[in-house]
Design a protein around this ligand. Sequence first.
Ligand SMILES: Nc1nc2c(c(=O)[nH]1)N[C@H]1C(S)=C(S)[C@@H](COP(=O)(O)OP(=O)(O)OC[C@H]3O[C@@H](n4cnc5c(=O)[nH]c(N)nc54)[C@H](O)[C@@H]3O)O[C@H]1N2
Ligand SMILES: Nc1nc2c(c(=O)[nH]1)N[C@H]1C(S)=C(S)[C@@H](COP(=O)(O)OP(=O)(O)OC[C@H]3O[C@@H](n4cnc5c(=O)[nH]c(N)nc54)[C@H](O)[C@@H]3O)O[C@H]1N2
Ligand SMILES: [Mo]
Length: 748
Amino acid sequence: MAETHAADDNLEGISDYKGPAGGWGALGAVARTVREQMKASPDTRALLQMNQPDGFDCPGCAWPDPKHTSSFEFCENGAKAVTWEATVKRVDPDFFAQHSVSELWTWSDHRLEDAGRLTEPLRYDPEADHFVPISWDEAFARAGAVLRALDDPHACEFYCSGRASNEAAFLYQLFAREFGTNNFPDCSNMCHEATSVGLPKSIGIGKGTVTLEDFDHADAIFCIGHNPGTNHPRMLSTLAAASKRGVPIVVANPMRERGLERFKSPQHPTEMLSTHATPLASAYHQVRIGGDMAMLKGMMKLVIAADALDHAFIAEHTEGIAALKADLDATSWDWIETESGLTRDAIETMAKVYIDAERVIVCYGMGITQHRHGTQNVQSIANLLLLRGNFGKEGAGICPLRGHSNVQGDRTVGITEIPTEDMLERLDAAYGIASPRAHGHNAVEALEAMREGRSRALIGLGGNLAVAMPDPEACFAAVRGLDLSVNVLTKFNRTCLLTAGETLVLPCLGRTELDEQEAGAQFVTVEDSMSMVHASRGKLKAPGPHVRSEPAIVAGLAKAAMPHTRVDWDGLVADYDRIREGIEQVYPDFHAFNRRVREPGGFRLTIPPSDRIWKTPSGKAQFIAHPSAREDGARSMLLTTIRSHDQYNTTIYSLDDRYRGVTGRRDVIFANEVDLDMLGLAHGDIVDVTTPAGRALKGFTVVKHAIARGSLAAYYPEANCLVPLDDYDPVSGTPAYKSIPVEIVRAA
Ligand SMILES: Nc1nc2c(c(=O)[nH]1)N[C@H]1C(S)=C(S)[C@@H](COP(=O)(O)OP(=O)(O)OC[C@H]3O[C@@H](n4cnc5c(=O)[nH]c(N)nc54)[C@H](O)[C@@H]3O)O[C@H]1N2
Ligand SMILES: Nc1nc2c(c(=O)[nH]1)N[C@H]1C(S)=C(S)[C@@H](COP(=O)(O)OP(=O)(O)OC[C@H]3O[C@@H](n4cnc5c(=O)[nH]c(N)nc54)[C@H](O)[C@@H]3O)O[C@H]1N2
Ligand SMILES: [Mo]
């Protein structure tokens, strides 16, 4: 038996969280973040303008608002995102005079960003080892000089965070394409790329097909591999409403997540004052990490065995059912049970809910996409839905939970390394440029090119690329080897510390802030997870007089890089309506953009599957069979990486993870109690986690958690050192962040 006495000392900050999601804990957390970040700033009123018809779009997540006109729709984590941006703290020139880059390197990611908002353009002075303030003119001139000196435009990488507005992203892609490259590594490559490339093959479009209203009509909802209590908290109100209607909500997730179990709405006074919380999941299946495709195949086998197919739909609208059936016939229950970690009985109960429901929505997140077979997972969900015609009818469809608040919109307006000829022709016609036709780099390819010295420059429109990607050591070296690194940011982060030949940090306005240009106050637009495009108007004062908008910074860089540009950059920045006119010219779906986006709630882009129109080569939706391979041979433990409740991607708001009972630390590995016993480990032991290739995460504390057998979990980005850069879904390029084969042993 493992000893337990020594372990107790290591368990500080570890407890069992008994409350619901939301509730008083959420209100307390909002009060705390307001106090810490905003002091007594009058701008706490910002919180009241979030997601208002006339306010700004919450930078937290991409979950839509009820027609974007609700009276008070904000959540704890939205409040954290806003207060983090609207903080009164500043990193001004004095700050950088005090702290050298070598010193800042020793700071934690939390401390680096918590130091405050950037206020002036900075360049790294290697002699002094400090960042020093420079003028905008000098910043643009320095970036432009390196960019003009590149012998090949493909040697520059244009990274885009999903936080960027449609207007900023559209200008950014115009810049890159006039410059001569389609290199657009973007955060979607680490995120929902499996959706973007997988769904078009299945249903003809790489986006979700449901609207928020569909949730009012669904007969059953499946939530696979996402954690809405933390990452899409406003979704809990939608799920709670469905639960109150008696709609079954079936969850498949290796970890028990409180935000999928029960919810007390902080906006519901009577609920807050009672002991009652709304139960969410009607059934919770702790699928093994990476076992989703097996589970989905089990369900599909049962749907077919029960002859519960929508034969008319399949005949009229689909192709490929025979191959799918053949594959399912060849798939054994033994394989399904081993891979999924679920019993046949459990999968039968899931299939029963699915079959009994006339209208089904399947929601999914990173638990589905960030795997070696992420695209196959996504297509398997589409297969399941197609079997019963769950597309193009009210209350049914597929619902990928997008990450960043505008990651979907950035893609829509051209941030893609694989543009269509159609789009490039329209772009060229609109601006008189000659866009390159060769495909560019996605995130993994960009890092590879940088490592090998083929790429010499990196521009980051937001993001913390080197920390967000797998294998920090390789990524850090890759950025340090560049001639130029430009970071357009609201806050300083570790990627800025990876100094290259020339390193620039350019401070930009956030979503909450007033953006004044020549034609007056500007607004920007974003597209949510459900393809609704709407306006976002910042109201707060900029953090300093030298901070510029993202469109203005992109335009400044473009002019400096291309003295003979054909584009009237100043004209576009003077009035964002002109940028929107350009978007409309290149993307006809945005017709009458400037008028329609001014209507309350904005408008929805066309989603053909909603009308049972399939933009696939044959005009039919496709069943796509994937063979049931045994991926990991003799299966080792698999480790998944997750977000805590107090983090936004690589931004760490605090070291707490309330719903998982973790306070003040992040150095933990979540494990199943039975596995711990079998491995001779105890709750609280200090462990090392290693991969077959020799990667290691050392000295973490293992804690018992309600997680599936054979599964471990750790926080991202701490565990990114375990993921190799070349371990990704070969179809989408999405890193396999969520299924890392590991061994876990007590630390020596
Ligand atoms: N507050 C906050 N909001 C955010 C973000 C944030 O960091 N903080 N990030 C934004 C971004 S960019 C994104 S992409 C989204 C991410 O939103 P999510 O997709 O919810 O993100 P994750 O925390 O990565 O974890 C997903 C869930 O997948 C489960 N999981 C892990 N492996 C598997 C598996 O193999 N199968 C199944 N079925 N489940 C698995 C985990 O237990 C976890 O509950 O959120 C967005 N919203
Ligand atoms: N192991 C593991 N790794 C992962 C994941 C995982 O689940 N597991 N998830 C992946 C996913 S889904 C994603 S999307 C990536 C994202 O990872 P990140 O690159 O970290 O994402 P961001 O939130 O875009 O970037 C944070 C930075 O954006 C800057 N910022 C904030 N607001 C603004 C703004 O308005 N404008 C500008 N210009 N900058 C701003 C801040 O300075 C901040 O430092 O991480 C990926 N990495
Ligand atoms: Mo993401």
